[in-house]
Design a protein around this ligand. Structure first.
Ligand code: ADP
Length: 514
């Protein structure tokens, strides 16, 4: 009955064991002695497995490996003094490996004050698994172990949640994707951080989608199977030495990886570092890109960004919209360019959007933009005109760029270029098509010359021209164009000409080549 229960007493040892159980601790390794024996017994009674070892150091190694394998800290239980000192080796090892671990040591009795120390378990568990995982020590005075307390006076703090998942900055993800894409000899290094992060499925997808040769570190082995065709473990030195871009997934540039320095590496190799620990980024080398976040989440971000390269309409308009001044004029024409642009690009003022209109006329854009610029100049100086053109639409009145430059109008022309009317071909397909036949017989009517440098129409008259292929190039050129009020500019934005794109092949290190 309630009155009896409310007087029920439990020992401090049981409270400690229950607190551990509440934190999802499954295993304790240790060597018992005064005052921690009762803790081990109480833990067993609550269903926690206790493994008695012969030296605290080995017990601590075992407990830390539980942390690596399960993601929740294993516990190492030791007596004070020599017990704790023996455990130090294991704690240092866990810390260096970035593996979560809880070491609980019993210290001599002290004046009984509060039970507050038990509240330290959630904090200890959290510190061991959040951020960079590592070792934590909780000291339990002997008098806590044998103290009898009323059950009703105990409140266990609920189980510490798994660490929140952090993701890398979007622009860094895009930059990393373009650095990888432009690599001639890329290499992915998979470390034990990737194993701990359970990133196996996403990393394998990344390896296959980007066709990336990979090299596992000793404990990174098996994240992607060693017998995978892109595994270059057998050519380790060569792979490190000749790579021009190296992506580090949860591996530090320490002695195991020869500090990332020549002669084991190219002096100008570009490192892309993925790690959950900010302090690790930039250690020993100056990375080209740093991605601070959980490996599994960052890998998924990279996979998602891969789909948008080459860019499509949505990617382009998304990045344009981010920077558009609220009061700008938006002039637009083209087929998809105008239709999709209308849904993504926002207008906040009346009479600030001009497009192909009722008659669906192509070729009106530059004239409209010039008119808007004249009005803006007279009525609200400083206002910008953003003219978003399909490559086909731009062709109808492209020579008006000379007019724009002659009057130095504050117009930014964006040519969304897919090499055609509705769609076109990439330059490889184009060359292939013209190998044996005359263009007029084989070129599909909707195709325009691939990779036309429309931005040179602008530079021809003294304005600024940009040829962009990636979101970050687009962001940068638009930022510069908006900042420069002295000249008009044209940004020629290359997007996917067709739905599918030929993938690159990296033969330089795959098994068939060794
Ligand atoms: P290896 O010995 O396999 O080269 P290291 O121990 O040097 O691996 O590197 C592991 C790295 O993984 C550490 O820098 C650590 O901060 C990082 N790490 C651990 N867990 C995660 C995670 N979930 N996401 C990202 N990085 C992580």
């Amino acid at each position: 009955n309630f009155a009896e229960r409310s007087e029920e007493q439990v020992s401090g040892a049981t409270v400690i064991a229950q607190a551990l159980k509440t934190q999802d601790v499954e295993y304790i390794f240790g060597i018992v002695g005064i005052p921690v024996t009762e803790i081990a017994i109480a833990a067993q009674q609550l269903g926690i497995k206790y493994i008695g070892m012969r030296n605290e150091q080995a017990a601590c190694y075992a407990a830390s490996a539980i942390g690596y394998l399960t993601g929740r800290p294993g516990v190492c239980l030791v007596v004070s003094g020599p017990g704790l000192i023996h455990a130090l080796g294991g704690m240092a090892n866990a810390n260096m490996n970035c593996w979560p671990l809880l070491v609980i040591g019993g210290s001599p009795e002290r004046n009984q004050e509060t039970m507050g120390a038990f509240q330290e378990f959630p904090q200890a568990v959290r510190s061991s698994i959040y951020g960079r995982p590592g070792a934590c020590y909780v000291d339990i005075p002997a008098d806590f172990v044998n103290l009898q307390v009323n059950v009703n006076s105990i409140k266990y703090v609920e189980c510490c949640m798994s660490p929140p998942i952090s993701m890398a900055e979007t622009s860094a993800v895009c930059t990393a994707a373009s650095v990888i894409r432009s690599a001639k000899q890329p290499l992915l290094i998979i470390g034990k951080g990737a194993a701990y992060a359970h990133a196996e499925d996403s990393i394998q997808k990344l390896v296959e989608q980007y066709k990336l040769p990979f090299l596992p570190t000793p404990m990174g082995k098996g994240v992607v199977p060693d017998n995978h065709p892109y595994c270059v473990g057998a050519a380790r030195s060569r792979a490190l030495q000749f790579a021009d871009v190296i992506v580090l997934f949860g591996a530090r540039l320490n002695w195991i990886l020869h500090f990332g320095l020549p002669p084991r590496y190219q002096p100008d190799v570009k490192f892309i570092q993925v790690d959950i620990c900010a302090e690790e980024l930039g250690n020993n080398v100056k990375p080209a890109v740093t991605l601070l976040g959980d490996i599994n989440a960052v890998t998924k971000q990279e996979l998602a960004s891969k789909k948008s390269l080459p860019m499509n309409y949505y990617t382009v308009f998304y990045h344009v919209q981010e920077q558009l001044p609220r009061d700008c004029f938006v002039v637009s024409e083209g087929a998809n360019t105008m239709d999709i642009g209308r849904t993504v690009l926002q207008n906040y003022l009346p009479r600030h959007r001009l497009d192909a209109g009722t008659f669906g006329t192509m070729g009106v854009g530059l004239g409209f933009a010039i008119a808007a610029a004249m009005v803006a100049k007279d009525r609200s100086p400083g206002q910008r005109i953003i003219c978003v053109e399909g490559d086909s639409a731009f062709g109808f009145s492209g020579m008006e760029v000379e007019t724009i430059c002659r009057y130095n109008l504050p117009i930014i022309l964006l040519v969304v270029n897919n090499n055609g009317i509705y769609q076109g071909f990439d330059s490889d397909t184009w060359k292939e098509m013209l190998k044996f036949q005359d263009a007029a017989s084989v070129v599909p009517p909707m195709c325009l010359l691939p990779n036309s440098h429309y931005e040179q129409v602008m530079t021809a008259f003294g304005g600024k021209g940009y040829f962009v292929q990636t979101p970050e190039e687009l962001q940068r050129s638009l930022r510069q164009s908006l900042a420069d009020t002295t000249k008009p500019s044209l940004i020629n934005i290359m997007i996917e000409p067709q739905a599918t794109r030929k993938t690159q092949d990296f033969h330089w290190l795959t098994r068939s080549n060794m």
